[in-house]
Design a protein around this ligand. Structure first.
Ligand SMILES: *[C@@H]1O[C@H](CO)[C@@H](O)[C@H](O)[C@H]1NC(C)=O
Ligand SMILES: *[C@@H]1O[C@H](CO)[C@@H](O)[C@H](O)[C@H]1NC(C)=O
Ligand SMILES: *[C@@H]1O[C@H](CO)[C@@H](O)[C@H](O)[C@H]1NC(C)=O
Ligand SMILES: *[C@@H]1O[C@H](CO)[C@@H](O)[C@H](O)[C@H]1NC(C)=O
Length: 461
């Protein structure tokens, strides 16, 4: 075995060299003093209207590094004293709502006087005034030399070569900006807010799986698939990117497409643009065209809302006011029927052609209002007697062509018997023509349909 002998003489040379080298590598890993910052959550609130009716404070900095048109980093709140560090899209003189498109800490709001800071070690930290860290990028000593907010809304920590060590685009919340992806090997889903006032994780999620994007409803801990683009599991998708692109290079052509680009592990990136004649819904190749719009749609976002719908909004600053437009929605007159949205009619209601038309009750169909609710069931036990009331000519938002209509063929009596024995079963839809039985773990929206389908709603006697 070879051994190394250092004479005291050679060590004399090596030690200073090592020390120098060590010194050099730690300085190159540091953020220069002038690029560090600490911003406090204090001071005046902005006076313009923002989404969720939120109050906001812009992050102040001498070089305005927290702004890249039309994006600005702010502290915002919908509850007094509970602040979220978020990215706003839109500027005050838009005469329109400014929108919140990314959050750092929505499940863990910070207090008055919280700090947002980039230290010399390169870690970006959001902390409460007591020093408790609420959110951080975990990038200490990883070569970060600076922070940038890019014009596409991506917030990045880069090294001295400009390589991104961390980027907000890897951490989608409920919104994808143009160019942002969900990935199987990262954050693989969007999660809705609870409501406009409550920004914490809500009950809807849009999850990337082998077969594509699937929409789930979290029904007290159990995930129920209620729609989506999920196709063939053999697609083995690894990521989906939201994009907006001009249809062709002709500057006179104003056509842009809003797209979902699907990528998988084996196949190369998607083929070039399809022809416009290709029909809209659900992509046969790897790109899903959501919509074509007739103006520059490069500033757009794709969001899963607290109502379980997915919408795209586009910012067009060449108009004098109302610069945001809803340019696409999943449950809409131009995509998937609006009555398919789980809570289109609140907790319970009968939906026809996109409108809530009745409150189904044991006494028959009453006028719908937002207090319409399913019957409250007594705790499930063998002794508890139940019965059903019947609504003819309806199906449920869980009746979908892609996932079938439940089990069968079975008789309506057998279907009822299964629901009787199933404590989770709130009722069922029976399709007379194909003798299929769909038990319902949640009620929500019933959909007016042909007379081949009947809903049975369970109630306690
Ligand atoms: C926030 O800090 C300022 C001083 O910077 C102080 O005057 C104020 O009382 C603090 N507010 C709270 C709620 O701690
Ligand atoms: C579903 O919601 C429950 C709260 O009702 C929560 O504890 C759980 O983490 C959620 N599950 C998922 C997968 O989102
Ligand atoms: C579309 O708008 C963006 C942002 O305003 C701009 O940078 C880009 O040049 C525009 N593209 C075209 C083709 O007009
Ligand atoms: C559906 O059933 C209702 C009530 O039973 C009846 O009034 C209606 O005419 C039927 N419609 C069709 C198309 O069969």
């Amino acid at each position: 075995m070879k051994s190394y002998n250092f004479s005291p003489f050679s060590l004399f040379f090596i030690i200073p060299f090592l020390a120098l080298h060590f010194h050099a590598s730690t300085t190159e890993a540091q953020v220069p003093q002038k690029a560090t910052f600490t911003v406090y959550n204090q001071g005046d609130f902005g006076e313009y209207i923002t989404e969720y009716d939120a109050g906001y404070r812009i992050l102040r900095h001498d070089e305005d590094i927290f702004f890249a048109f039309p994006f600005r980093l702010c502290f915002y709140n919908t509850t007094p004293g509970e602040f979220i560090l978020g990215l706003r899209a839109g500027v005050p003189n838009d005469e329109d709502l400014m929108r919140w498109v990314w959050d750092a800490n929505r499940n863990h709001p910070v207090k008055e006087n919280a700090t947002f800071s980039l230290g010399r070690d390169g870690n970006l930290v959001l902390a409460n005034p007591d020093g408790r860290i609420v959110w951080q990028t975990n990038t200490a000593n990883k070569g970060v030399t600076g922070f940038k907010l890019l014009s596409n809304g991506n917030m990045v920590l880069h090294d001295k070569k400009g390589k991104f060590i961390w980027q907000s685009f890897d951490y989608p919340v409920d919104t994808l900006l143009v160019g942002m992806s969900v990935r199987r090997n990262g954050i693989n889903k969007l999660v809705s807010r609870t409501s406009d006032v409550d920004g914490r994780d809500g009950k809807y999620s849009l999850v990337l799986e082998n077969n594509g994007f699937n929409l789930y409803l979290n029904n007290s801990g159990k995930l129920i698939a209620y729609n989506g683009w999920g196709q063939d599991p053999s697609n083995r998708l690894t990521s989906i990117r939201f994009n907006a692109e001009p249809i062709d290079q002709d500057p006179k052509s104003a056509g842009w497409e809003l797209l979902l680009e699907q990528f998988n592990e084996a196949k190369p990136p998607p083929p070039p643009r399809r022809s416009l004649l290709q029909s809209f819904p659900v992509g046969r190749d790897s790109t899903i065209i959501l919509r074509k719009v007739n103006y520059n749609a490069s500033i757009s976002f794709f969001r899963l809302g607290s109502d379980g719908n997915v919408r795209v909004f586009t910012y067009f600053d060449k108009v004098p006011y109302l610069k945001w437009s809803e340019t696409w929605a999943f449950f809409s007159s131009y995509y998937v029927r609006e009555c398919g949205q789980p809570e289109k009619c609140g907790a319970f209601g009968l939906c026809q052609k996109g409108m809530c038309v009745a409150c189904p009750s044991p006494k028959g169909l009453l006028g719908w209002s937002d207090v319409c609710a399913p019957p409250t069931l007594k705790p499930c036990s063998a002794a508890g007697k139940v019965d059903y009331y019947k609504i003819v000519g309806v199906e449920h938002f869980l009746n979908r062509e892609s996932t079938g209509n439940g089990e069968g063929p079975i008789t309506v009596e057998a279907c009822r018997d299964k629901c009787n024995k199933d404590c989770e079963c709130k009722g069922f839809v029976y399709k007379q023509d194909i003798k299929k039985c769909l038990r319902l773990p949640v009620l929500g929206t019933l959909i007016r349909d042909a007379n081949t389908s009947t809903a049975y709603i369970k109630y306690s006697l």
